[in-house]
Each structure stands twice: as structure tokens, then as C-alpha cells.
Write a protein that binds this ligand. Structure first.
Ligand SMILES: NC(=O)c1ccc[n+]([C@@H]2O[C@H](COP(=O)([O-])OP(=O)(O)OC[C@H]3O[C@@H](n4cnc5c(N)ncnc54)[C@H](OP(=O)(O)O)[C@@H]3O)[C@@H](O)[C@H]2O)c1
Length: 284
């Protein structure tokens, strides 16, 4: 990974932090995209301690609950990075109750899908110019319970918030598959993955049944190191050179739900997302 520039979102914690650290250890220039200045800077300092000799990691701030903040971060990333070899869309959350993003969309959908959709598209020209390059989208096995109903998926009034998480993770796979189709022939690959059930800060403050059982299962879960393995593999391994539009688990192609393979739905979600971010983005 020497000489390569890697961007990891949600890099201050859990799977994202380990992904950033391990790619830095391989020699990559790592840009950590984080929501909070204090948490981001603390993680950056920890990374410097844990990866001595690696290129200095850098910090860019972005709150994915605001599309304006995503645009500001993209512009800073473009200013700082003459090339972008790998983008790892890792940031994600699970909320306890229906709540609206700064732009008025359901928060889970906004943070887990719309923000990485916009960020990726704003960086896409630079990523294509850096080809061969890779985009890695952290989804989840939870996508199997997901459904994408347009336009309801964006509504902050939707009652079932656990369903919103599954839906957002299905969006990650549909986005991956549609982007892979659009990127054919560019030398840029895009894949999605399930990291496993991983003991991180994920859903730490959430309430409700899902969050309760998630916390109960914590002692039996994978470590963040184990959970980051597939992200690191897809970002760096020569074994997946040229592989695109595939969903992985445990570093192997894995089965998705039938809905995740629906390319008509993938295209509808793309067009709907374009409308919501108020921009025609990327090339078909
Ligand atoms: N843990 C699991 O078992 C599991 C299973 C399947 C999939 N995943 C996926 O793995 C990814 C990483 O999760 P994790 O388990 O490592 O959880 P984590 O430790 O909670 O890390 C999540 C990261 O996302 C960031 N984030 C959350 N809301 C954000 C916002 N509004 N703007 C910008 N960044 C935001 C968090 O920042 P803050 O620290 O500032 O909140 C944090 O850096 C997520 O996409 C999750 O859906 C996790």
C-alpha cells in the first residue's frame, strides 16, 4: 500500500479504526474521516502510537447527518489528495427512535446510505483518475431483513427503527452493485461486505430489543481486529484485483438476499438518492 492514499470514514472507532491502522501499517497515507474533532484527534494519536513508522495519518471532519458537512469534507479531501486509491465507506449508526437528519431525512438512512452515496460521488472523478482504485462499502448481514420502499425509506416518520437499519444496509449493497455497473471499464472496483458480529461501540447507547440483544451477545462477538479483516482484504489484497460488485463475508464472496440482487431496485435507489442530495452525480 506504499504510495497509496486511503480514506476511511468512521475511522475513530471499532472496525474503521482498525482498518485505518492496519492499512497505515502497510504503508498507506491514511485520511481518517471522523465526526468529532476530539475523538478523531485521540484516534489519530493512538494510531501514531500503534503504527510507528507509518505515514502520518490525517484527520478530516464530517458529520454524516448533514449533507452540507459531507460536501465540505469532500471538498477538503479533494484539496488535500491529488490521488485517492481506496475509499472505505465504514461509518454507520443504529438509532433508538425515529429522528430526522439536518436535511429532514430519516437519520439511519441519511448517515448509513445518503452520506456515503454523496461522498463517493463527489470523490469519484478523482478515484477514477487514480485507477486502479477501490471502493469498499461496509454493509451487514442485517440487510437480509431489509426492504427498500421509495420514497418511504427516507421518511423520519417511519415507526420501526430496527427495520430502518436493515434497510440502510440493503441500500449499501444496492449502491455497490449499481456503482459497479457504472464503473465497468474504469479500473475502479467496488465491493460490499459483512464484517461479522463485532464488539465495538456500535449501538452502545441504543435502546430497544435489537440493541439489548446486541449488547447481551457482546462477550461472544468478534474483536474489532477480526471484524476489520474483510475491509482490509478488499482494500489491499491482490487476490481481489479487478473483482467488483461482489458482497463478501470472512474474505469470501457470500450470498445476499434476492432484494439485494435486484438491479432495477438498485437503479431506482440511485435515482432517488440523486434527487435527495440535489445533484446529478457520477456518470452512467
Ligand atoms: N459491530 C457490528 O457487529 C457490525 C455488524 C455489521 C455491520 N457493521 C457496520 O460496521 C460499520 C462500523 O461500525 P462499528 O461496529 O465499528 O461501530 P462503531 O465503533 O460505533 O463505529 C462507527 C463509526 O461511525 C461513525 N459515525 C456514526 N455516526 C456518524 C455521523 N453522523 N457522522 C460521521 N460518522 C459517524 C462513528 O463516529 P462516532 O464515534 O463519533 O460516533 C464511528 O466512528 C458500520 O457501518 C456498521 O453498520 C457493524
Amino acid at each position: 500500500m506504499q504510495g497509496k492514499t486511503v480514506i476511511v470514514t468512521g475511522a475513530n472507532s471499532g472496525i474503521g479504526y482498525v482498518t485505518a491502522r492496519e492499512l497505515a501499517k502497510m504503508g498507506a497515507r491514511v485520511i481518517m474521516v471522523c465526526r468529532s474533532q476530539s475523538k478523531g484527534e485521540a484516534a489519530r494519536q493512538r494510531l501514531i502510537q500503534e503504527a510507528p513508522g507509518a505515514p502520518q495519518p490525517e484527520l478530516v471532519l464530517a458529520d454524516f447527518a448533514s449533507l452540507a458537512s459531507v460536501r465540505r469534507a469532500a471538498s477538503e479531501l479533494l484539496d488535500r489528495c491529488p490521488r485517492i486509491d481506496v475509499l472505505v465507506n465504514n461509518a454507520g449508526l443504529f438509532v433508538s427512535e425515529p429522528i430526522a437528519s439536518a436535511d429532514g431525512y430519516e437519520l439511519t438512512f441519511a448517515v448509513n446510505h445518503l452520506a456515503p452515496f454523496l461522498l463517493t460521488n463527489l470523490l469519484l472523478e478523482r478515484i477514477i483518475a487514480s485507477a486502479p482504485a477501490r471502493i469498499v462499502n461496509v454493509s451487514s448481514f442485517a440487510h437480509v431483513a431489509g426492504n427498500v420502499v421509495i420514497p418511504q425509506i427516507a421518511s423520519p416518520q417511519r415507526p420501526n427503527i430496527a427495520q430502518a437499519y436493515s434497510d440502510s444496509k440493503l441500500c449499501n449493497i444496492l449502491f455497490t452493485n449499481e456503482l459497479a455497473r457504472r464503473l465497468k471499464g474504469t479500473g475502479v472496483t467496488v465491493n460490499s461486505l459483512h464484517p461479522g458480529a463485532v464488539a465495538t461501540n456500535f449501538a452502545a447507547d441504543a435502546r430497544g430489543m435489537f440493541a439489548f440483544f446486541f449488547r447481551l451477545a457482546r462477550p461472544f462477538m468478534l474483536t474489532p481486529e477480526q471484524g476489520a479483516a474483510t475491509s482490509i482484504y478488499l482494500a489491499s489484497s491482490p487476490e481481489v484485483e479487478g473483482v467488483s460488485g461482489v458482497y463478501f463475508a470472512r474474505k469470501k464472496p457470500a450470498k445476499t438476499s434476492a432484494r439485494a440482487e435486484d438491479m432495477r431496485l438498485a437503479q431506482q435507489l440511485w435515482e432517488f438518492s440523486e434527487q435527495l442530495v440535489h445533484a446529478k452525480v457520477a456518470t452512467a
